[in-house]
Design a protein around this ligand. Sequence first.
Ligand code: NAP
Length: 347
Amino acid sequence: MKKSVRPINVAIVGATGRVGQELLRVLEERNFPIGELRLLASARSKDLTIAFKGKNYPVQEINPEAFKGIDIVLASAGSEIIEKLAPLAVEQGAVVIDNSNAFRMDPSVPLVVPEVNGHVLKTHKGIIANPNCSTAQLVVVLKPLHELGGLKRVIVSTYQSVSGAGKEAMDELENQTRAIMNDEDYSPQVFQRQIAFNLIPHIDVFLENGYSKEEMKVVEETRKILELPDLPVTCTAVRVPVSISHSEAVTVDLERAVSPHQAREALANSPIIEVWDEPDKGIYPTPLDAAGKDPVFVGRIRRDTSSENGLNLWVVADNLRIGAALNAVRIAEYVVEHNLLMQPVTT
Ligand SMILES: NC(=O)c1ccc[n+]([C@@H]2O[C@H](COP(=O)([O-])OP(=O)(O)OC[C@H]3O[C@@H](n4cnc5c(N)ncnc54)[C@H](OP(=O)(O)O)[C@@H]3O)[C@@H](O)[C@H]2O)c1
């Protein structure tokens, strides 16, 4: 970040949640130039304080005045909440970077992973959408493959950690595992079925076409971000008993032949991808390797022997970071560096 940038006033909506907490960590790690910091959540949290850079900040209940004087709102509460709040915040002069599903497919709202399609931020009208966590890590890998061989079709199966469903879901996995180990009952409250020692091929609601909403988010958001509206994409989304990091088995059909070696080189050239691909030495990424880290990890890159120009890959990333908080802060940095706030930023 340029030194001449003025302090930026930031509000976090959903500061007490899993993504909210990660946002604070990422802002601190990256030394984002914060002026005022306003932490917002529901009435349930209004007596809490949260530490940031050694100082305690009170959590405030969201109210119509909450965005006065704020430059950037980092939003990580549910879509119903943000749908109402975002226009209010924009009216009050803020840029809203939203992690929910509320605006992602709105044609007037940029849906952004800065390293993939940062250029679309220049057209923003106040609201900017962060993609679904599974989409974010997928497009980071698809972009260089598309440049190399031309994407013809994408097939993805996701193995999504419980943190993707928020803090209560993480508690459920932990408490249910403990209860089962102690021979006690713990009926599912957040998930549709027992998640401990199990997996669930059901994330979000099912739609008329037989896909889950989560699966269709991956399909539609991938096309929007890559600016390939007709790209055939299909997805099966599965919840697995892992705390943090989503994994994806990805198959791509390409227009032109690309060897695994060429794919490895192209992926390794991305500043936000790490290739871990020496399976004979046991080197490939797992969710535990990616948790708490910034890169998207790729391994098991191999020819798909069932198609002419196909490749198979294994893609793992921390869903709370690349899939939410880190991506949102990178968007904020881009907006500040390119002077795209409502008020000028350079001094
Ligand atoms: N987790 C992920 O990997 C991920 C990735 C991408 C996008 N997202 C999206 O990010 C958003 C937050 O997810 P999360 O995982 O952080 O969920 P979470 O852990 O359940 O946190 C939810 C946050 O929203 C706040 N909230 C709930 N109801 C509210 C209300 N009526 N008014 C104001 N604040 C309210 C909560 O405040 P209280 O503590 O006061 O209840 C809490 O701070 C969701 O839209 C989710 O889909 C999550």
